[in-house]
Write a protein of this length. Sequence first.
Length: 362
Amino acid sequence: MRILHVSQPTGYGVAMALRTLTSSQVAAGHDVTVLGASSTFNLALDRRARLVDWTRSKPLDPRLPIDIGVIRRAVRAGAADGQPFDVVHLHSSRAGVAGRAVGLGLPVVFQPHGWSFHPLQGRRRELVAGMERRMATRSTGLIYCSSAERRLGLAVGIEPPRHVVAHNAPSVERLVAPGPVPDRSAAREALNLPLDAPIFAFVGRLAPAKAPDRLWQAWSAVRRRDAWAQLLVMGDGYVPPLAGIRHLGFVHDVGSHLDACDAMMLLSRWEGMPLAVLDAMARGVPVVASREAIDPEDLAGAGVVVNGDVPGEVADALLARRAGTVQWVREATAGLDLTAGRYAPDRVAQRVCDFYHELVAA
C-alpha cells in the first residue's frame, strides 16, 4: 500500500508516534511518504520512509490556501515509484484542517492526537468543536489514539463516517526482564542514584497541557511524607527549586532512566494517548496519572488514575508503589503484558492498515 502521512506539528509526541507507526509500516512492506517539517522528521523518521519537507506556517495564519496547495502537490506527485497514493493520513489539527478543506480524490484519514478544542473554554471551544463536527464529514475515516479521545469527540457531536481506536505504541524498546519483573538496582547504580530511596519520574515538556503546577504541588506532598524521595524530571521547561528534584532536561535514552524508577506520574489536564505512559508500561514501571491524562480502560491495571488536583491523593498513590511490593509487581507485569499485546507497535500498525484497507475497499 502507498501511504502519505501529513503532519504539521513539530513537537515530540506526534513526531515520535509517527516514527513508531511508519517504522512498522515500512517493515511490513508498505511504501511510506511523510509530508512534514524536515527540522523534526529528519531526526525522528525511519530512514526507509521518504520525507517531503513542509515548512511550517503558524496556526490560524492567512496561509491556509498555501498549505492546501502544498498537500495537493504532494498528492499529485505520488509515491516514491510515481504511482498514486492509496490513502492520505492527516495528523493533528493543522494538517487536519488543510487536508480536509478540499477534496483530494482518494481516502483521507484524520487522527487528532488530542482534540484541539479540549483546552479551550466558552465560545472558542464551541467554535472549534463546531469546525471539527463539520470537518468530520469531509474525511473518509477517523483514527482515535485512545478510548477517551473517542468519547470526547462523541460528546461534542463528532461522528465520522467510519472510525477505529488504534492506540499509540511506546517510543522506547520494551524491556525483556530476566525474571517476572525488572530489578531496579543496576539501573540506579548506572545513574548514580540511591538504591533504597523512592524514585519517581515525570517525562514530557513542562507545558500547560502537562499541568506542571499540579506536578510541583504533588511533589511537595510527597516530600512531606518521605524526605528521601526523588523525582527525575525528563523534559524541557522551568523547574522550581524544590527539594528532591533532578531536572535532566530532554533525555534521549528515556528507557534506561525509567528502569531506575518505582513509578511514573503524569498529571496532565488534556492528552491524546500519552507516550510517557506507554513508555513507562514498556519498561515495567507503574503509572500514576490524572483522569484527564488517560482513561482507566486504557491504563488497564498498569497503574492508577487519580484526581490530579488533590496533591495528597497523588502522593499516597506514588508512595504506595515501591518496587517489589505485591501491588507494584502486579502493575509492572500488566504494563509489560499490555505493551507486548494491545500496544505492541506491529499490532497498532496492523490495526491502522486494516482500517486503510477498509476505507479503500469502500
